[in-house]
Write a protein that binds this ligand. Sequence first.
Ligand code: ADP
Length: 161
Amino acid sequence: MNTKALYAGSFDPLTLGHLDIIERASNIFDEVVVGVTINLEKKTMFTFEERMEMIKEVTKHLPNVSVQMCDGLLADFVNNNGFNVVVRGLRGVSDFDSEKQMAQLHQYLYRDKVETVFMMADSRYDFISSTMAKQVISLGGDGSMLVPPYILKTMKGKLGK
Ligand code: ADP
């Protein structure tokens, strides 16, 4: 069976933790799509286009990974675009409840068609969040352990640093 996996998030910006999950997923599944969500209620540092462009740049070494806009109800997006796997990263117990709820919703809506696969965050990256990366880098801290070099450069450019 051809496995087509979706890894979705707002990625504002994509961190080293996200990239690690994408790289590991690309070793397991035939095709991995990074789905960039648009949440009009959430104020983002980067526009949707900027987030897409940065993710394309830092995943260009992975031939079976592509980047796509992901809007509407995630469960419908998954079903309408032929995905049979949803990949999620787990950093710790704080991620667990909301991720369990989402996985069970997908089970309820699309049982037997879509499976949620959880990947445990690498211990080097499990403390990282996009919010933390933005705070550290905007306050002039060392962001090289938080986001890929290209994204760090783009963030510094945006912040005028
Ligand atoms: P959103 O912006 O939509 O809330 P997130 O950035 O929180 O999305 O996360 C998208 C996915 O990546 C989730 O499954 C989340 O648990 C996972 N994730 C986030 N940060 C990390 C990290 N540092 N290591 C591994 N997985 C992560």
